[in-house]
Design a protein around this ligand. Sequence first.
Ligand code: DOR
Length: 440
Amino acid sequence: MSTYLITGGTVVDPSTDPDGGGRRADVLIENGEVLAIDTSIAKDDVEAIDATGLVVAPGLVDLHTHVREPGREDEETILTASAAAAAGGYTAICTMPNTDPVADSAAIVEKVWALGREAGLVEVLPAGALSKDLAGEKMADIGEMAMSAARVRLFTDDGRGVQDALFARRAMEYLRGFGAVYAEHCEIEALARGGHMHEGARSLALGLRGIPAAAEELMAARDIALARLTGCRLHLLHISTAGTVELVRRAKAEGLPVTAEATPHHFTLTDAALEDYDPMAKVNPPLREESDRAAVVAGLADGTIDAIATDHAPHSREEKDQELSYAPPGLVGLETALALTISELVEPGHLSLTQALERLSTAPARVLGLEDHGRIQPGRPANIVVFDPGAAWTIDATRFNSMSRNTPFEGRTVTGRVAHTFFNGRHTVVDGVVRVGAAV
Ligand code: DOR
């Protein structure tokens, strides 16, 4: 394994200096680990990476990635999702269980985990389903998944919310024993069914059935009450409304074990993106109103929302290129998240770069209990992203490593570009290009 010396960059590590702006330092990587971080390191026989003008940060961690393997390998595989993640600066992804078959047993999560290891580009951490087949009725093989080689630590029926409050309670009671996280896709189906966008003035004007904010907020409130009752750790996935942000704020003030994430599309776009009935902007939960978007930004700024997660959801061209009401919800996000975060949150001054990296890396690593991500520390595996925070580029989906191209951000000019990614000390992205096969 090569020895690397990253020279001249600004090291920003939110785990050790959450309020700082980073410091100029060289980083030496040997045998897969960070060996030293110092103002000036001199060493022969190294591969030198000139990071002058660049930021050196902990590799990003995505709490919410839909890989389509097993089942829809025409849309994304674990290898292509891993490549997209590495290109986006990620070193770990938590994969959602709504595959076909559903990841509701040890056999499936071990398969996903093993394929991730084979791809060797990022750490692939499968989330397990809470219920068999995501049906919300019988509990999935939670214990077996937690004890399997994949060591599942986050369980969710994402893609669907758990509709039955008693099931949610029992699942939380059970998960608590494992110290695992109950993660909810907050959506009361009786209120959301048949909706294609956020319910409000725009859905009315467009003549489309809407999904009210209450469909999310009611389930978030229920789950917070159940976290209080059971003591289970609760993570709210892709929160999108001002009301949910406020519920999380109050739960945290009360000291409940509640965390939350928001996506780049929810802090960047509103339901105005659907004005021309663009299926690319159809996503679940839907893009909301400006007041919701602003509340998500404020929640990320004050730490109410712990993490930025992509909800990377690949869909085929045939399926997405349909009339809005037929197109499936979802968009790909791994290759645009860092740049959207810098462009929408850091450049306008809502978050410092260090805070943004905390939400993209250190905080999600903490939610998953990952000690080898979210920090740059001597003696730990080198999971690092090197990026140019000032480089402007135009999003061009044909250049994605993902197999799918469904993005509402096509043609948008953004700032912040990944130059290098190191995963466990392996140089997986070199000058912006993914090295598939870097594992060997
Ligand atoms: O937009 C979405 N797409 N939201 C979800 O919850 C599921 C996801 C998917 O799997 O396509």
